[in-house]
Design a protein around this ligand. Structure first.
Ligand code: GLC
Length: 559
C-alpha cells in the first residue's frame, strides 16, 4: 500500500490525506507514554498539550500513527493502567478540549491516533468500584467485578490460589466500616486494579460506550490492554492455574487467559468499529500460545495482534529469521498483517538489551543498578540500529517506543526512592520494574530536564542524555534520529505487497530478504564484514565502504 504523497515530505504540514481503511496494515506506530513525552506546563509530568506541541517532530520522523498510553484520570498505581474514568483526560495531563486539539493537529499532518483501552480492570477509584464497595455482597454493583467469599473456616483464605502479575495473591480482602473482614475481590494486577466480570452485560455496554466515545472524537484505533484475560472461568470451585507458568494451553482451557469466549467480546467490538468510516482498527496485547495469537487478529475480531517474538529474541540471525517466518505465516492464516515490536513501556529498552551478554537476567541487572553485568552501550546501539532497519523492511506494522529513535538506553540506576512501578513494592523490592524505560525524553542538550519541561521531571534523567537529546541529533548525519527519519521516509516510498523472499547468503550470521518490488534488506548479525550484492545502498545503519556491510549492521538496497 503506497503511502500518501504528503507523508513523503520532511516538514510539509499538508492536510489529512484521503482516508484509507487499510492504513494500519503496514503502518509505523509510535507509542507515546504521555507522562514522559513532553511537559507543557512545568509540573514535571508530560501532558497532552506537550504531545500536540511535538506533532511536527513526529511528522518529520515519518510515523503513520501515535498510540497514546493511558492519559485518563488515574492515581497512577500502575502508571495510568489503573483507570478512574475511561471517558476523560487526567486533569494533570489536560482536558478533552486538549485531546481534540491533539487529534486535529495529528490528522492535519496525516498522523492517526490510537488510544489505549484497558478493559480487564478499572482502578479502585472508578465510580463502579466505589459503588461496589458501598454495596452489599451479592448486589448488582458488586456483580460488575469479581467479589467472592474467602475460603477456610472463617473465610480468611483467598477464594483461589491465583497470583497477581505484580507479585503476591490476586485477591484482596475488604474490611467493612466497623473494621470487620468482608469479601475478597480479584485483581490480576495491583490491588488498585480490580478485575471486571465480563460475564456481566453491563460491562459489555460500558465498554461499547467508551469505544464509541473515542471514535466519535476522531480516534482511528485502539490498543487493547491485556486482551487475553477478559473472559474468565469463574465457575465454582475456582480452578487452579496449570502448573506450567508462562505456557498457555493450545485448547483455551486455562481458567483465566486466552479462553475462546473472549473472542465473542471482540466480535461485538468489531461491530462498533465497523459503524465508522473508515472502520476503526485495533491491536491486541494478548498473551496466548503463539499458535492462538492470530485468533485476536481476525477481521471479525480486533484485526491485529502484537507479537513480542522479535522483542524476546536475541540479536541472532537464526532467531530473527525464524520469528519472521513464523509471525508472517500466523498473520496470514487470518488475513491480518504482522506486527513487530522491539521495545515498549514494559520492557528494558532494546539498545540496552542488545549490549548485555545474551541470557542476562534483566531483573537482576536492574536490581544491581546495572553495575554488575557490564553493558556495552556502543554494541547495544549498533545492534539496535541494525534491528530497526531490519524491522522497518518487514511486511506488516512496526510499533516504536518513544525515544528509541534517539537510541536511548535503559536507565538502570534509578534510585529506589524514585521508583513508582508497583512491581517494586509488590515483589518486596526484589524487582525494580519498568521505570527505567519510562524516564522523560531529552529534547535539548541544555536545560534542567533537557527540554522535557520547565520543572523537575517525575523521574530523573541521566546526565548522558544531554548527548542523545533531539537537538543534538537532528540534522546530524549518521545520528540515530536521522537514520530513523531517513529509513521511515523511504519506507513509504518503497512499501509494497506484504510478502518477502529469502535470499541465501552463504553465511549463517547474515540474513537477506527481498520485497516484491526489488527492495532488499541485508542484516549482518556477525562480526565479520559481508560483501553486499550489487545495488544502490539506500540506507545503512553503519557506513558501507567498498560494498562491505560492517558487522552488526543492516542496509537496504535497490537495483
Ligand atoms: C499491560 C500494560 C502494562 C500494565 C498491564 C496492566 O501489560 O502494557 O503496562 O501494567 O497491562 O494493565
Amino acid at each position: 500500500m503506497p503511502a500518501p504523497e504528503s507523508l513523503l515530505l520532511d516538514s510539509d504540514l499538508s492536510p489529512h490525506p484521503a482516508l484509507d481503511a487499510a492504513w494500519w496494515r503496514q503502518a509505523v506506530v509510535y507509542q507515546v507514554y504521555p507522562r514522559s513525552f513532553a511537559d507543557s506546563d512545568g509540573d514535571g509530568l508530560g501532558d497532552i498539550p506537550g504531545v500536540t506541541s511535538r506533532v511536527g517532530y513526529l511528522a518529520e520522523l515519518g510515523i503513520d500513527a501515535i498510540w497514546l498510553s493511558p492519559f485518563y484520570p488515574s492515581a497512577l498505581a500502575d502508571g495510568g493502567y489503573d483507570v478512574d474514568d475511561y471517558r476523560d483526560v487526567a486533569p494533570e495531563l489536560g482536558t478533552l478540549t486538549d485531546f481534540d486539539a491533539l487529534v486535529g493537529a495529528a490528522h492535519a499532518v496525516g498522523i492517526k491516533i490510537i488510544v489505549d483501552i484497558v478493559p480487564n480492570h478499572s482502578s479502585n477509584r472508578h465510580a463502579w468500584f466505589t459503588e461496589a464497595l458501598a454495596s452489599a455482597p451479592g448486589s448488582a454493583a458488586r456483580a460488575r467485578y469479581v467479589f467472592r467469599d474467602g475460603t477456610g473456616p472463617d473465610g480468611s483464605l483467598p477464594p483461589s490460589d491465583w497470583t497477581s502479575h505484580f507479585g503476591g495473591p490476586a485477591w484482596t480482602r475488604l474490611v467493612d466500616a466497623d473494621g470487620n473482614p468482608e469479601q475478597w475481590y480479584l485483581h490480576l494486577f495491583a490491588p488498585e486494579q480490580p478485575d471486571f466480570d465480563w460475564s456481566n452485560p453491563e460491562v459489555h455496554e460500558e465498554f461499547l460506550t467508551t469505544l464509541r466515545f473515542w471514535a466519535d472524537r476522531g480516534v482511528d484505533g485502539y490498543r487493547v490492554d491485556v486482551a487475553h484475560a477478559l473472559a474468565k472461568d469463574l465457575s465454582e470451585p475456582l480452578r487452579s492455574k496449570p502448573e506450567t507458568p508462562g505456557e498457555l494451553p493450545l485448547d483455551g482451557s486455562d481458567p483465566l487467559f486466552d479462553r475462546d469466549e473472549v473472542h465473542e467480546i471482540y466480535a461485538e467490538w468489531r461491530a462498533v468499529f465497523d459503524e465508522y468510516d473508515p472502520p476503526r482498527t485495533a491491536v491486541a496485547e494478548a498473551f496466548s500460545a503463539p499458535e492462538r495469537r492470530a485468533l485476536y487478529a481476525r477481521p471479525t475480531g480486533l484485526g491485529q495482534a502484537f507479537n513480542f517474538d522479535l522483542l524476546k529474541a536475541d540479536f541472532d540471525a537464526a532467531q530473527f529469521r525464524e520469528v519472521v517466518e513464523f509471525c508472517l505465516a500466523q498473520a496470514a492464516t487470518v488475513g491480518s498483517s504482522s506486527t513487530w515490536v522491539l521495545s515498549n513501556h514494559d520492557v528494558v529498552r532494546h539498545a540496552s538489551r542488545y549490549g548485555l551478554p545474551a541470557g542476562t537476567d534483566l531483573d537482576d541487572w536492574l536490581l544491581k543498578d546495572g553495575l554488575e553485568t557490564l553493558l556495552d552501550e556502543e554494541q547495544g546501539l549498533r545492534r539496535a540500529r541494525a534491528a530497526a532497519l531490519f524491522m522497518f523492511a518487514l511486511p506488516g506494522s512496526a510499533y516504536l517506543y518513544q525515544g528509541e529513535e534517539l537510541g536511548l538506553q535503559e536507565v538502570a540506576d534509578l534510585p529506589a526512592s524514585v521508583l513508582q512501578d508497583p512491581i517494586w513494592l509488590r515483589t518486596l523490592n526484589t524487582k525494580k520494574g519498568r521505570d527505567g524505560a519510562r524516564v522523560p525524553l531529552p529534547w535539548t542538550a541544555e536545560g534542567q530536564t533537557y527540554g522535557f519541561g520547565s520543572g523537575a521531571s517525575w523521574l530523573p534523567q541521566p546526565a548522558a542524555w544531554s548527548r542523545t537529546a533531539v537537538d543534538r541529533q537532528a540534522g546530524v548525519e549518521g545520528s540515530t534520529l536521522e537514520l530513523y527519519r531517513h529509513a521511515l521516509r523511504i519506507r513509504h516510498e518503497l512499501q509494497t505487497e506484504e510478502t518477502l523472499g529469502w535470499v541465501e547468503t552463504g553465511r549463517a550470521d547474515v540474513v537477506h530478504f527481498v520485497r516484491p518490488n526489488g527492495w532488499h534488506c541485508v542484516t549482518n548479525f556477525g562480526a565479520e564484514p559481508y560483501a553486499l550484492p550489487d545495488g544502490v545502498v539506500r540506507v545503512a545503519s553503519a557506513p558501507v565502504e567498498g560494498g562491505r556491510l560492517p558487522g552488526e549492521s543492516s542496509a537496504w538496497l535497490t537495483a
